[in-house]
Design a protein around this ligand. Structure first.
Ligand code: ADP
Ligand code: ASP
Ligand code: MG
Length: 406
């Protein structure tokens, strides 16, 4: 029997009526002759509300208790959905990530899946049940504590289960019709893409396109699982993510990311070993650094700027401050008001000049670029976060104009 994995995001299970709609779709899929695994997110804004609640109770809630709290969100939706499906006459059982055998490392809040023991899910499927798994969570087998996989992690739960259990397709149901050329809530003329390659989707997700978590795309690519990103509100075809996409445009999409902050270490001596010392100290504290720029040297001194996720900012600041005397640095500056805007598309490999045009479009609007980074299929600029939406719209008008889509 074909195996389908369906993942429903927060808005899609946001209230009782929506849960009933999801249940109907699951029941239809089951009755059409498929085995079905369903992965659910927490209802609506539950995760944000729980984080907010924790911060009003404690200034340092701690990773273990935070994960205990946040995993509760997905538990609510999984149980409610199981009840709704059973009421429609189809047998179903819900499982937490831990019960479903999702094993992770010990990094609370950003745990990585290390293995999945799929036997319990498999057994339930063999018994004819629809299996509902709580998204975004697992268990560290050493400490036996529950962990979470990071924001948006239910996508990763779904794709990882699809990979391990050999699903024929993994459907990601969300609150938009698919993957668009830019966030449709920001760019009115953004259009839905019919197909996107794993390669482009990985870069888009990594550059801040929140519709899929980047790690889920990595799993899908590694195990060759086709993903279908589609709306939970209607039956229309969404976007297929697979090895090769039919469309070969220069730019596939435009992403923006306001989740990072910029740190500048000022006045370090321009000599060998300085960057190694600074980034070694950050790595020792598990701080992920994204972009790095070293400024032009004046009188033997230079500034080094880098970006880190806002959640890592405190760690990054203390690690940098601790190593500054040793490096001979004179100051430290932090700017959280930044945005990274990125053009993504495998087609740019054969089109020189993409970056130059991007800089021109931003310059015409007097938008200052403070950092630049590129990969073979991406160009990213860091700008002031207040100009981010405007920059994305301008770049979209230039590279993906509405009339070309007609
Ligand atoms: P879910 O709760 O279903 O996981 P998310 O909020 O994580 O939903 O992701 C869906 C949202 O991603 C959309 O509502 C949309 O605003 C945003 N988004 C950003 N960029 C894009 C894009 N290029 N295409 C589609 N959606 C995008
Ligand atoms: N509920 C979690 C979050 O809001 C996981 C998810 O929705 O994917 O990040
Ligand atoms: Mg999501």
């Amino acid at each position: 029997m074909p195996l389908v994995v369906q993942k429903y995001g927060g808005t899609s299970v946001g209230d009782a009526e929506r849960i009933a709609t999801v249940a109907r779709r699951v029941v239809e899929t089951r009755k059409a002759g498929n085995d079905v695994i369903v992965v659910v997110s927490a209802m609506g804004q539950t995760t944000d509300e729980l984080i907010q609640l924790a911060t009003t109770i404690s200034s340092q809630p701690g990773g273990r208790e935070m994960d205990m709290l946040l995993t509760a969100g997905e538990r609510i939706s999984m149980a409610l959905l199981a009840m709704a499906i059973k009421d429609m006459g189809v047998e179903a059982a819900s499982l937490t990530g831990s019960q479903a055998g999702i094993l992770t490392d010990s990094s609370h809040g950003e745990a990585k899946i290390t293995a999945i023991r799929g036997d319990r899910v498999r057994q339930y499927l063999d018994e004819g049940l629809v299996v509902i798994v709580a998204g975004f969570q697992g268990v560290d087998p050493e400490s036996r504590d529950v962990t979470t996989l990071g924001r948006g992690g239910s996508d990763t739960t779904a794709v990882a289960l699809a990979a391990v259990l050999g699903a024929d397709v993994c459907e990601i149901y969300t609150d938009v019709d698919g993957v668009f050329t830019a966030d449709p809530r920001v760019v009115g003329t953004a259009r839905k893409l019919d197909e996107v390659s794993y390669e482009d989707m990985l870069e888009l997700a990594g550059a801040g396109t929140g519709v899929l978590m980047a790690r889920s795309v990595e799993f899908a690519r590694r195990y060759g699982i086709p993903l279908h990103v589609r709306s939970s509100f209607h039956n229309g075809v969404g976007t297929w993510i697979k090895e090769k996409a039919m469309e070969e445009t220069v730019i596939t999409g435009i992403a923006q990311d306001t989740s990072a902050a910029k740190v500048t270490v000022q006045g370090v001596p321009d000599q060998p070993g300085i960057a190694a010392g600074l980034f070694g100290a950050l790595a020792a504290e598990d701080v992920d650094v994204d972009m790095i720029v070293q400024n032009v040297s004046t009188e033997g001194h230079t500034d080094i700027s880098f970006t880190v996720a806002k959640e890592h900012l405190d760690k990054a600041k203390s690690a940098a401050e601790a190593i500054m005397p040793e490096l001979g640095a004179v100051g430290l500056d932090v700017d959280p008001e930044i945005a990274k805007v990125s053009l993504v598309g495998a087609g740019m490999r054969n089109h020189p000049g993409v970056a130059a045009d991007m800089f021109k479009v931003l310059a015409e609007r007097d938008i200052n670029i403070s950092m630049i980074s590129t990969s073979a299929i991406r160009v990213s600029c860091v700008i002031d976060s207040g100009r981010s939406d405007e920059a994305v719209r301008a770049l979209h008008d230039y590279y993906l104009p509405a009339e070309a889509n007609a």
